[in-house]
Design a protein around this ligand. Structure first.
Ligand SMILES: C[S@@+](CC[C@H](N)C(=O)[O-])C[C@H]1O[C@@H](n2cnc3c(N)ncnc32)[C@H](O)[C@@H]1O
Length: 272
């Protein structure tokens, strides 16, 4: 997310999940002609392009893709230009969100909400941005060693000075040791959404090497731009050492079998 090329090169597990779950999100929604879709946290643009755009073309509709990261938007704009898609920098919770006055028929947030500390506020904002009857589909990385590592480095003597506010990059449910499905169900219901489907999936993924995961985690560490360049190899080494130990990678081997939890959700703003 903070390094689009590094993320796109090493996101094989997320790409596999997108292939598995985004078509499910699309199929869980009813589509009509001339709709307006928000791809919230579109990242480097590949998910929206591969799995949402074909349906949008079929229904003569349009996508507004928005991401908080200028690097991601620059990459997406260059790689996936389409007359049906606009790309803009913005944070759904801030004034720089470019479509404040627009009402959307559908919102997608694929692997985004775990990066939004105040995810409840984001759920509320999406509710406000939806037309009555509009759908909101999301996948969330609900349990991951990524959070364990952010927490470990953010509280360590060596790295805490560079990672001030690291808690903002750890989901609230993880920090409070709350089950994500329970937390989401409560918040979504309180906000007025109808739940079409909300289900956790235990995912496994065999990475070809520990290095791939270390690279992936580096691309997702918001502090790589603050940590002095000459120390970046040390961060990567910390990741590598932790991952080998945590996932019991035997000496002399490099393949890494991981598991994590994904929360899948399709919800709807009631027709009024
Ligand atoms: C893991 S990437 C997923 C990208 C894309 N949805 C995909 O499936 O490839 C998460 C993205 O969410 C973006 N993001 C995080 N917080 C955001 C916010 N508050 N508003 C908009 N985008 C945000 C990040 O910049 C990042 O590009």
């Amino acid at each position: 997310m903070y390094d689009p090329v590094r993320y796109e090169t090493n996101k094989s597990a997320a790409a596999r999940d997108a292939e598995q779950f985004v078509p499910m999100l699309v199929n869980h929604m009813t589509w009509k002609k001339n709709e307006l879709i928000l791809d919230y946290g579109c990242g480097a643009g590949s998910t929206g392009n591969k799995f949402v755009l074909p349906e949008v073309e079929k229904f003569d509709s349009k996508i507004h893709s928005v991401d908080i990261s200028p690097d991601m938007i620059a990459h997406a704009k260059k790689t996936y230009p389409s007359p049906r898609v606009t790309f803009n920098v913005g944070d759904i919770l801030q004034d720089n969100f470019p479509h404040k006055e627009v009402k959307f028929d559908k919102i997608f947030a694929v692997y985004v909400l775990h990066f939004v500390r105040n995810y409840r506020e984001a759920l509320k904002r999406c509710y406000d941005l939806l037309q009555p009857g509009g759908y909101f589909g999301f996948t969330v990385l609900s349990k991951s060693t990524l959070y364990v590592l952010h927490e470990k480095l953010g509280t360590s003597e060596k790295w805490s000075k560079y990672m001030k506010g690291y808690e903002n990059y750890i989901p609230e449910w993880f920090e409070q040791k709350e089950d994500s499905e329970v937390a989401f169900r409560r918040n979504l219901t309180q906000l007025g959404y109808e739940i079409v489907e909300l289900k956790p999936y235990r995912q496994e993924y065999d990475f070809e090497s520990v290095n791939t995961v270390a690279e992936l985690y580096l691309s997702l560490n918001p502090y790589v731009k603050v940590i002095p360049k000459e120390l970046l190899n040390d961060v990567k080494q910390e990741y590598t050492d932790f991952l080998r130990k945590h996932w019991n990678v035997p000496e002399g081997t490099d393949a890494l079998c991981t598991n994590y939890e994904l929360l899948y959700g399709v919800v709807r703003k009631p027709l009024q």
